[in-house]
Design a protein around this ligand. Structure first.
Ligand SMILES: NC(=O)c1ccc[n+]([C@@H]2O[C@H](COP(=O)([O-])OP(=O)(O)OC[C@H]3O[C@@H](n4cnc5c(N)ncnc54)[C@H](O)[C@@H]3O)[C@@H](O)[C@H]2O)c1
Length: 379
């Protein structure tokens, strides 16, 4: 009997199962490096790409620049031949899988800056070959994978779901968190087609404890936006409470801790250890508005006034009102307030500034960008 020819999807799934797939990670920062280590730990060979020569040189010498990744791991996997890093993006044809973990900062006007995603997509496009899986992990606005990446990649003549595979899987890393890491944090996966999702699930399965499949890349992109918005709204809410507490001379922390004893329907969602670059809903919304999509006005507001309030409580020591602590109100918060906000924030290789700390940026500017003042987001 004649054997049925294996499709590129079958080949990749088999390579995931026997760990012979070469995994490429583009962007070896707070998201990409821990992911690279997880794939190496799962038994894959990993080739990391970064445009930063110092980052690649340090990693090649076995030195990690990411707090959650011990240098010993980088050194061990490098020595075992499981991990290598390069600045040579022309080598992107080598990996079977390319996971894109580049920054998506907010522009001055708090619109999403997808220029890094575009640059990475273009580099992937130059090297794209039959049988590759491309996964975007960067936080972004809904539609990025289908509208921005897909046309570029299909411009090569290769067909998604048949010749190559495309998926979105948002990163949930929480730098410095002692309990939740890249390995044990459930990972959401959405594919452009059913075959894309199947292949992506097969690839991540050996490296990540639990995968959550969703029906599309848009659903996966919106999961991340919902998570960020949920956090943003809750922090904003608590900061409104802080204003009320100040007026009444009550310690807001006492109120938060007591409320958190309720075993259901309440989530304590604030604290001086808030970390991670927050990509607020308003930034996604500015793109959605272009597409005439509707989100509740309350969510829109969460990225503005409420995040200005964010600086208020996060900069405040427990048990002290701003008056007693000698702090200024959020509306007047200047460089000092900004510095306090940065304490306990993720240890960013760069000083947290407008690029990687939109909340601090909003606090410095007064937190409000009017609709008319907001230019169109760049595609
Ligand atoms: N850090 C977090 O806590 C966190 C959590 C969840 C999601 N995210 C998202 O993950 C993405 C990556 O964030 P990060 O914190 O890892 O950023 P990072 O700044 O720590 O690392 C990004 C790396 O990408 C490299 N890079 C930039 N452009 C490149 C290109 N074209 N090709 C190759 N390398 C390139 C940079 O040199 C840098 O080393 C962002 O979209 C971010 O919003 C971050």
């Amino acid at each position: 009997m004649k054997a049925t020819a294996q499709t590129p999807a079958d080949v990749l799934v088999a390579k995931a199962q026997d760990r012979s797939a070469l995994i490429g990670i583009v962007g070896l920062g707070y998201v990409g490096l821990p992911l690279a280590m997880e794939f190496a730990r799962a038994g894959f060979q990993v080739l990391g790409f970064d445009v930063s020569k110092p980052v690649v040189e340090a990693l090649t010498q076995g030195r990690s620049h990411v707090q959650d990744v011990p240098s010993a791991d980088v050194a061990r996997f490098t020595k075992e031949g499981k991990f290598a890093a390069t600045t040579d993006l022309a080598r992107l044809h080598e990996p079977d899988v390319v996971s894109i973990c580049v920054p998506t900062p907010l522009s001055k006007t708090k619109d999403p800056d997808v220029s890094y995603v575009l640059a990475a997509t273009n580099a992937v496009k130059q090297a794209l070959r039959r049988g590759q899986l491309i996964v975007l992990e960067s936080t972004t606005y809904p539609g990025t994978t289908r509208e921005l990446m897909l046309p570029a990649l299909e411009g090569t003549g290769l067909k998604v779901g048949e010749d190559f595979f495309l998926a979105f899987s948002p990163e949930r890393v929480d730098p410095g968190n002692p309990k939740w890491n890249t390995h044990n944090t459930p990972k959401v996966v959405g594919g452009l087609t059913a075959a894309c999702r199947r292949v992506a699930m097969a690839i991540y399965e050996p490296a990540i404890e639990r995968l959550v499949a969703v029906s599309s890349t848009e659903a996966a992109e919106l999961v991340k936006i919902l998570e960020n918005t949920f956090r943003s709204v809750n922090i904003g809410l608590v900061n409104e409470m802080a204003i009320v507490c100040d007026k009444l001379g009550v310690d807001v922390w006492e109120v938060i801790e007591a409320a958190a004893t309720k075993p259901f329907g309440f989530m304590k969602f604030t604290g001086p250890r808030r970390r991670g670059a927050l990509y607020p809903a308003r930034s996604a919304l500015s793109r959605l508005e272009d597409a005439h999509a509707q989100l509740p006005h309350a969510i829109h507001r969460a990225g503005g006034r409420d995040q200005r309030g964010d600086a208020r409580i996060l900069g405040r020591p427990r048990g002290r009102s701003p008056e007693r602590a000698g702090a200024r109100g959020a509306g007047q918060q200047g460089a000092g307030g900004g510095r306090r906000l940065q304490e306990g924030h993720r240890r960013c290789p760069r000083e947290p500034g407008p690029r990687c700390d939109p909340v601090a940026a909003a606090a410095r500017r007064g937190g409000v960008v009017s609709r008319s003042a907001r230019p169109q987001a760049q595609a």
